[in-house]
Design a binder for this molecule. Structure first.
Ligand code: DON
Length: 303
């Protein structure tokens, strides 16, 4: 298949949607991003890389980080993780508090904020440096040693992080946070602040297309664990829009409020698309459409 031609066709088709939606505005550093940006990259499991538009421009990865912290934690902790976080779609916004009280401080899944805080807590306990382990993993898998945190975004996340602080303290009251809440929040905010391009992230999620095997050939996850992460991405990766995303795109995917979305085609490639305009549920408008077009044009999906 001529992937470059497909990406070019997708980029042309979504052009009218670029700039639609709203750029995340809860912190100034995200509100300042140009809504006219669009990029998309495809990295095959055997190392080929294709891209279109702003595919080499770094953006704030935000909640896309949650896929990688889950994988890094599963790799070290195995099934023990699932005692502290569920694997069911939440049907609620990513930063919702209400469900947590009904469910005694056990978050529905690792991709809503509460679940990601639990994962960060566990990774911090297991490694002593959750954010550092994440940055190193992304640098190695992307092949980009310059991939780094954005300290301005990290600081703003902390300043405006009252809801995340509430979630973390609430879970701590149920005994579901092991480290000091301030440390967990700090690592979580820095993880969200990482900047990476579509090219970086398409490559970095390749281990999920290779059934758990890293770019250098060594194994991060068992085949079964890689299946688990992909399955949770499919059912929970785009929050209360996961049903619509699965219906339209038919791939495991994970979005972030920076406007990025990663998606995985097992045995074939990692994909990443970025356009900052978000729909009401926090997913990139042009990004979801681009992935929808991609799977429709190529017939490539998990179904
Ligand atoms: O926790 C937050 O509010 C952000 N730093 C990350 C949120 C995010 O990307 C959720 N995703 N769509």
């Amino acid at each position: 298949m001529d992937y470059q031609a497909v990406l070019d066709e997708v980029a042309t088709a979504v052009r009218p949607l670029i700039g639609q939606g709203r750029v995340a505005n809860y912190i100034p550093a995200l509100a300042a991003v140009d809504p006219g940006r669009f990029g998309m990259a495809l990295a095959t499991v055997d190392g080929q890389l294709f891209g279109v538009g702003d595919w080499r421009v770094p953006f704030s990865i935000q909640s896309i980080s949650k896929v990688f912290t889950l994988a890094l934690t599963l790799a070290r902790d195995g099934d023990a993780v699932w005692r502290r976080v569920g694997k069911e779609p939440s049907g609620n916004p990513f930063n919702s508090l209400v469900q947590l009280e009904y469910e005694q401080g056990i978050p529905r899944n690792p991709f809503i904020n509460a679940g990601a805080l639990v994962i960060t807590d566990r990774l911090l306990r297991l490694t002593g440096d959750a954010r550092g382990v994440l940055r190193e993993f992304l640098r190695v898998e992307s092949g980009n040693p310059a991939l780094d945190f954005d300290p301005v975004v990290a600081a703003s996340e902390a300043t405006h992080g009252h809801r995340n602080a509430a979630l973390a303290h609430f879970m701590a009251s149920y005994g579901n946070i092991e480290n000091p809440v301030a440390d967990v929040l700090d690592h979580y905010f820095w993880q969200c602040s990482l900047s990476a391009s579509c090219a970086d992230l398409a490559r970095a999620c390749g281990f999920l297309a290779r059934h758990g095997q890293r770019a250098g050939g060594e194994r991060l996850l068992t085949r079964s664990q890689a299946k688990q992460v992909n399955a949770v991405m499919l059912t929970c990766g785009t929050y209360d829009a996961a049903g619509d995303f699965a219906y339209r795109v038919g791939l495991p995917g994970k979005s972030g409020v920076g406007g990025g979305i990663i998606a995985v085609i097992p045995n074939l490639c990692g994909l990443c698309v970025w356009s900052p305009g978000l729909d009401a549920r926090g997913n990139s408008v042009a990004g979801v459409e681009a992935l929808d077009r991609f799977t429709t044009l190529t017939g490539l999906s998990v179904f």
